[in-house]
Design a protein around this ligand. Structure first.
Ligand SMILES: Cc1cc2nc3c(=O)[nH]c(=O)nc-3n(C[C@H](O)[C@H](O)[C@H](O)COP(=O)(O)OP(=O)(O)OC[C@H]3O[C@@H](n4cnc5c(N)ncnc54)[C@H](O)[C@@H]3O)c2cc1C
Length: 427
């Protein structure tokens, strides 16, 4: 196993909007910085697949700035463990990588929250963002009947994207009640760009029914999805479809921060006003500090970049902008809070941990995540609790107590690759 070693002043993990902004700001402030991402190209979730052909002016602007900056970008490398003080280990298909840093910025983003309901493991039931990501990579959706369900602003974005690629979007089922959606809408005058984006999206979906207080009760089919049954207000209805794109807002990716012993509270990495975590010289920006969207991710990334480069005054100048996007994020999170009825969706036979085939009925025998894990292997499969963990937290109120390296399934060769074997890329 080859081992390549890098050393830098500022190491940024995650090349989504937050990481790009952080890396760019650090190098423009005179620091040497390396940006690492597991995806094949920078862009994160929102700008996935757009590095060579950006679709929005904002993506084009940031990609252009980053390309012109002396920032080293390493893609296709997943960071999996800490191997020594201020040293992280990563791997790709062939090689292990060791990254030594003075200052670290975590910009690891978020993932979708999945909630179990009968039939949710059937083929063609997918995460909303997951189906969008597949289509971005060329998955054929033209002519397919799609129901988009769950909660959050992502549903509209996904529905509009799928439709633009030829899907027949039959309905958007949003679990939030109309009263909260109206409350969100009334406050949008303070965020004109967001109001405009919402109007554009709604315009693109003008003839697609958008139902509030509506959520999936079951996905039905023999071997693959054939229809979805929805609770819409007091009525239930069944809609035949080819795909169900379903996600219940987002969950911060905090595993690397946990591994590095940064304080995490209520599922989010705790940071001070300069985006510094409870560990000195480890900063965090974007979704891991709280779900907030692309604008908050960009401004937090810049603040972290400036702070990491020792320019607190430049960081401070961005605080008002961050406050504004935090207010927007807090409105979003209140609007799309999960309703308690969703806890009743899975019955005793419904699989909760799909890696280890653990149904809800088995979990009910236990009182904590640890107990359930020890007795059922819930959360011990390849996803390491990334999917069932947030679901179990919502259903039973159990939180993961600790995380063990490697944070992703990794090759033993990578874990044992010793520095002596390696060639050094000192920067
Ligand atoms: C599936 C999905 C689809 C979305 N689609 C949209 C959309 O269409 N429109 C919209 O407005 N918002 C969308 N969002 C929300 C959007 O992601 C955020 O608003 C914004 O991109 C947050 O930026 P970020 O930099 O914090 O995180 P992200 O964009 O998530 O970037 C984080 C990056 O970190 C990398 N990473 C994480 N852990 C590691 C590791 N251990 N090693 C190496 N790399 C790592 C990931 O590969 C990723 O590229 C989506 C979110 C998700 C989860």
């Amino acid at each position: 196993m080859r081992l390549q070693r890098f050393a830098t002043e500022v190491l940024v993990i995650g090349a989504g909007p937050a990481g790009l902004a952080a890396g760019y700001t650090a190098v423009r402030s005179g620091r040497h910085a390396i940006l690492v991402d597991e995806n094949p190209a920078p862009g994160g979730q929102i700008w996935r697949g757009e590095w060579t052909t950006p679709r929005s002016s904002e993506a084009a602007l940031w990609f252009d700035k980053v390309r012109r900056a002396p920032l080293t970008i390493l893609t296709g490398i997943r960071v999996i463990a800490e191997v020594a003080e201020r040293t992280l280990l990563g791997e790709d298909q062939q090689t292990a990588y060791e990254f030594r840093y003075k200052t670290l910025i975590l910009a690891t983003g978020a993932r979708e929250r999945f909630l179990p309901f009968p039939g949710w493991t059937l083929p063609n039931v997918m995460g909303a963002g997951g189906l969008q990501a597949l289509v971005k990579m060329g998955f054929p959706i033209r002519g397919k009947r799609v129901v988009v369900a769950g909660t959050g602003p992502l549903l509209l974005a996904v529905a509009a994207y799928l439709r633009a690629h030829g899907a027949r979007v039959l309905m958007i089922a949003e679990q939030a009640p109309l009263s909260r959606l109206l409350w969100l809408g009334r406050g949008l005058w303070r965020f004109p760009t967001k109001a405009w984006q919402a109007l554009i999206l709604r315009g693109r979906l003008f003839d697609v029914p958008y139902r509030s207080s509506c959520w999936p009760l079951s996905a039905n089919g023999d071997g693959r999805l054939q229809s979805v049954t929805l609770q819409c207000g007091s009525r239930t209805r069944e809609i035949p479809c080819d795909y169900l794109a379903c996600g219940f807002h987002l969950v911060p990716n905090v595993e690397l921060a946990l591994l590095l012993r940064c304080e995490v509270r209520e599922g989010c990495v705790r940071v001070n006003e300069f985006q510094e975590t409870s560990r000195a010289n480890i900063f965090c920006a974007g979704e891991p500090t709280g779900i907030g969207g692309v604008d908050l991710a960009l401004v937090e990334g810049q603040i972290a970049g400036y702070a990491a480069a020792g320019r607190p005054e430049a960081a401070r100048a961005l605080f008002p902008q961050r406050d504004r996007w935090r207010r927007f994020a807090s409105r979003l999170n209140r609007t799309f809070a999960l309703r308690p009825e969703l806890k009743k969706l899975p019955d005793a036979q419904t699989i909760v941990c799909r890696c280890e085939d653990v149904p809800r009925g088995r979990l009910e025998e236990y009182r904590s995540w640890r107990e359930a894990k020890l007795h059922t292997r819930c959360g011990m499969g390849p996803c390491q609790g990334r999917i069932c963990g947030p679901a179990v937290e919502f259903l039973f109120g159990w939180t993961m107590e600790s995380i063990r390296p490697p944070i992703f399934p990794a090759r033993v060769e990578s874990l044992i690759a010793s520095p002596e074997q390696g060639e050094s890329v000192w920067r």
